[in-house]
Design a protein around this ligand. Sequence first.
Ligand code: CA
Length: 236
Amino acid sequence: MQEHAGNIVFIEDDPHIRKLVKSALEQEGFIVHEARTAREGVTEAGTRKPDLVILDLGLPDSDGKQVIAEIRSWSSVPIVILSARTQESEKVEALDAGADDYLVKPFGMPELLACMRAQLRRHARASGEGKPSGRYRLGEVVVDLPARSVTRNGEALHLTQIEYRLLATLLRDAGRVITHRQLLVAGWGPSHAEDHHYLRIYMQRLRQKLERDAAQPVHILTEIGVGYRVAEVVGG
Ligand code: CA
C-alpha cells in the first residue's frame, strides 16, 4: 500500500476506460470516486472534496463543459479533461470554461499521471501551501511580481506594461495552458479578446527578452491553436 496520493472524482460514461483508469490510479495511491453522468459527477465533486477532477466531455446527460462551469461556480479544484474530441476549438472552450488541462483519447497512463501531478502541485502552490512568494525563476531570469521587477543575471530587463501583464498571467498559473482569449483579456482587456495577431507579436517580444533562443523557447511554450504555457518554474 502506498500513502494516500489524493482524492479523485472521475466522471466518465465509458465503463472500460473507467475501470482501466481507476485501477491504474489506485495503484498509484489515489482514492477514486467514479461518476457515470454529468449529474452524478457534479454531486460527487460537491460531496467528496476531491483534490482533482478528471472529466470526460461526452457524457450521456449533458456536455462536460457544463460540468466545468458548475464546479467552477464553487470550487477551484484542478479539472483535467479526457476527451475523444480532437478539435482545437473544443480544447479552447473547455479551458476557457475553467478546465486546467486537456488530454485527447487515446492517452497513456504515464501522460495522465504526469498531468495530474503537475496540476496537484500547481494547485497546492496557488492555494498558499508554502505561501507563494510571487518570485519566479526562468533560467537566468528572475521575476519578482510584488516588486514588479524582472532581471537577467541580476541586470534589470525592461518589459512594457502589456508584456508584464502577459508574463504575470502566465507565471501565476505556471504549468497551466492559458488560452489566447485569457491572455488577450489579461493584456488588453475584454474588448480585444479576438485580436490574436497582437498576442503573437507580444509573445514573440517576450521570448526575445526572456529566452536564450526565442526561436527555440524553453520557458514560454506554444500550445498550437490553443494558447501558451509557462513550463513549471521554481520559486526564486
Ligand atoms: Ca464519453
